[in-house]
Design a protein around this ligand. Structure first.
Ligand SMILES: [Zn+2]
Length: 375
C-alpha cells in the first residue's frame, strides 16, 4: 500500500484573525506531532506540497462572480458586495491572502484526487482540507471554497464512483448540496442535530432528489453522544450502505470538532472513538482520500489527525507522546503526555436519553434510505 501526506508550510502565512476559532497553527502543530512520531517518513509514503489551484479548477464548481469577489478580497479589505457572498466580520472574515488560501486548500484536495486517479497512491490525507460548508456562490462556516466537492468532481470526471463520509460535528451541507441530484455520489454525514448546531440542516428526510433519492444520508445525533453511542450508530448505517454502493473511492471528512472538549459543539467523542470510526471505513473502499475539517481544541486536532494518519498507514502508535513533542505539548497545554483520552462516563439518565435518540435516528435512516438500496 502506498500513501501520500499532503502538507504545505504556506498555511503559516494566513490568519483568520485573533478572535476566530479556526487557528491555522493547528496544521503546523499536527505536522510536528506526526513528525515526532516518525510518521512523516514511513516506508511506502510520500509527502507532497500542493501548488495553488488555477482559477479554472475552482470555477468548475464555484461561480465566476463569487471567485471574482474572493480574488478582490485577497488584499485584506472587504470587497463591494462581499456580504452578499458571505464575506465579512464573523464566521468568514476577509484577511490578507484569502484567495491564495482558497487556492491552496483546493489544490491540496485536487492533488489528493490526482494521485489516486493516476494510481500513484492508494490513500491520501490532506488534513488542511475538508472545508465542507462552502457553497457554489457563497462562503459559509469558515469555508470559502469547497475542496471536498472539487476533489469529488475530479474523481467523477474520471468516471469513478465516490462515497463521501463526513464525521465532522457539523452537517456536511455544502457537499450534500453539490451532489443532491447525483446517484453516482453517495454522501453520508453524521453530526450534531440541526436544531442545536450550525448549519441547522442534515435531517434524515434530506434523502436526495429525483433518481438520486436515497443517496444523501444524514444521521443527526444528540448532544453528549459519546463513542459508545456513536460507533454503533455508525456501524448500523455506514458499512451496509458502502458495501452495497461499492465506491471506487471513499472521500472521508475527518473533522474532530465532535470531540468532547471542542469549544463549538456538544458531541462527546474521544480520540479513540474517532480513530475507530476511521478504521471501520477503510475496508469499505479500495482507495481513500481523507480530508481534515473542523476542530477547535488544538490538542485534539493534533492528536486525532496524527492517529488518522497512523490508521491510514496501518501503524500502531505508542500511547505516550514522543519526547521531541514535549515543547509543543507544554506550550499548548497538553497536560499529560498521553495520546489517548481518559475514558469519561456520562450519567445513566443522560446516556439512556442520548442513546434512545441515536437509535430512533438510525431506525429512521433504515426506513427512509435503505429501501432505495435494496436493504
Ligand atoms: Zn465542524
Amino acid at each position: 500500500m502506498t500513501t501520500a501526506l499532503i502538507h504545505s508550510e504556506d498555511w503559516r502565512r494566513f490568519d483568520y484573525g485573533p478572535q476566530h476559532p479556526l487557528r491555522m497553527e493547528r496544521l503546523g502543530l499536527t505536522w510536528r506531532l506526526m513528525e515526532a512520531y516518525g510518521l512523516t517518513r514511513l516506508p511506502g509514503m510520500v509527502v507532497r506540497a500542493p501548488r495553488p489551484a488555477e482559477e479554472r479548477e475552482i470555477t468548475i464548481y464555484h461561480t465566476p462572480e463569487y471567485v471574482e469577489v474572493l480574488r478582490a478580497a485577497n488584499a485584506g479589505a472587504i470587497p463591494p458586495r462581499g456580504a452578499a457572498y458571505g464575506l465579512g466580520p464573523g464566521d468568514n472574515p476577509v484577511f490578507r491572502g484569502l484567495w491564495e488560501a482558497a487556492q491552496l486548500v483546493a489544490a491540496g484536495s485536487l492533488l489528493a484526487a490526482d494521485l489516486v486517479i493516476a494510481g500513484e497512491v492508494d490513500r491520501a490525507f490532506h488534513f488542511a482540507g475538508g472545508l465542507h460548508h462552502a457553497m457554489p456562490d457563497r462562503a459559509s462556516g469558515f469555508c470559502y471554497v469547497n475542496d471536498a466537492v472539487l476533489a469529488i468532481l475530479r474523481l467523477r470526471a474520471h468516471g469513478l464512483r465516490v462515497a463521501y463520509v463526513d464525521i465532522d460535528a457539523h452537517h456536511g451541507d455544502g457537499v450534500q448540496h453539490a451532489f443532491y441530484g447525483d446517484r453516482e455520489v453517495l454522501t453520508i454525514s453524521l453530526h450534531e442535530r440541526g436544531e442545536r448546531l450550525f448549519p441547522g440542516t442534515g435531517f434524515v428526510n434530506e434523502v436526495g432528489s429525483g433518481d438520486a433519492a436515497g443517496f444523501s444520508v444524514n444521521v443527526p445525533l444528540e448532544a453528549y453522544t459519546d463513542a459508545a453511542i456513536y460507533l454503533p450508530a455508525f456501524e448500523a448505517v455506514v458499512p451496509p450502505l458502502l458495501e452495497r454502493f461499492r465506491p471506487d473511492v471513499l472521500v472521508a471528512q475527518l473533522g474532530i470538532d465532535s470531540h468532547r472538549t471542542d469549544p463549538l459543539t456538544h458531541l462527546a467523542l474521544d480520540v479513540q472513538g474517532f480513530g475507530r470510526a476511521l478504521a471501520r471505513m477503510l475496508p469499505l473502499a479500495p482507495k481513500v482520500i481523507a480530508l481534515g475539517g473542523g476542530g477547535y481544541d488544538l490538542r485534539n486536532v493534533a492528536r486525532a489527525w496524527t492517529v488518522a494518519w497512523a490508521v491510514l498507514n496501518g501503524v500502531e502508535l505508542p500511547a505516550t507522546l514522543p519526547e521531541a513533542f514535549t515543547p509543543d505539548a507544554q506550550r499548548y497545554g497538553f497536560g499529560d503526555l498521553e495520546l489517548w483520552d481518559v475514558p469519561q462516563e456520562i450519567s445513566p439518565d443522560l446516556r439512556a436519553a442520548v442513546s434512545e435518540y441515536a437509535a430512533r435516528q438510525v431506525d429512521a435512516v433504515h426506513r427512509a434510505i435503505f429501501p432505495f438500496h435494496g436493504l
